[in-house]
Design a protein around this ligand. Sequence first.
Ligand code: F6P
Length: 347
Amino acid sequence: MRIGILTGGGDCPGLNAVIRAVVVAGAVRHGDSAVGFVDGWKGAIEGQVTDLDPERCRDILAHGGTILGTSRTNPFATEDGPDKVLATVRSLGIDAVVAVGGDDTLGAADKLHQRGLAVVGVPKTIDNDLAGTEVTFGFDTAVQIATEAIDRLQTTAESHHRVMVCEVMGRHVGHIAVHAGMAGGAAEILIPEVPFSIDAVCDRLTRRHNGGRYFSTVVVAEGAQPLEEAESDGVGRIGSATDQFGHPRLGGIGAYVAAEIEQRTGYESRVTVLGHIQRGGTPSAFDRVLATRFGAEALAAVHDGDFGKMVALRSGRIERIPISEATGTPRTVDLHLYRDVAGPYLG
Ligand code: F6P
């Protein structure tokens, strides 16, 4: 078979491991040939492809990012986008497409499948917000990076008796914030799912400091919203730039939280924004293994003709589910974990 592969949306450690699994196993086990679409759906629309063979893919397992490039291009927001994708696939003699991406990329894959595209989805996102799978690759690496950063912030916070605010990624959900905050022993974790009261945060920090803990680390997800501001225009946003899927560019909530804490409590505060450091670099061992398992199952689905499906991790096993079950509604943080398990250890 001739397989086309694309990676869409924000990049993520482990993407190359998926590409490698599909290309190498496809060639060795089935005699498949493969091409990569350059920059996600953009390459599929514009007919820009690059040849992929085992030689090119053997040494990419530990490399971060994606050798194919990525973009947030939405075929359904591009003139004749869906028809152009189908025409590219036809003209290149591609039998099946493996689309690796998050909610946006896979949402487009699902709609294209309804128009006849033979496509299998592979879930990726450091945010871990895709439904249908217990975890996406990239998340483990991001949590490791954020945890290490929080560990480092703790020691400088302690030395200077400061409040250190650490802003992590998480547009709609706080999985990274909760996991890294728990692992790093943060005093406060603020997530998009639960708008926070800045007054309550400052009260808890004051009690903590009055109780003899003269420093604190506060982890805040970029999409977290203060109760007081939740109904206004959103303090977490900078500018009005949105991508083709309509997502605003976030940022700024960490600076807001640090400034408010310093002003209300008098504790000297600083902010660190981890940003894209969480997305770059080499994948963890867990993410390499998960991405390889996802790639292997996507290849199996292609050979079974099982299209319109996404591979997913469920109870430790890799399964296939309809792409539509995974997209549309983000998988949010388990509030029992947030409130009852993480909560009592904070502060
Ligand atoms: O991939 C998802 C994500 O990491 C979000 O948490 C974040 O808001 C977004 O990507 C930022 O992406 P970029 O700045 O690359 O558009």
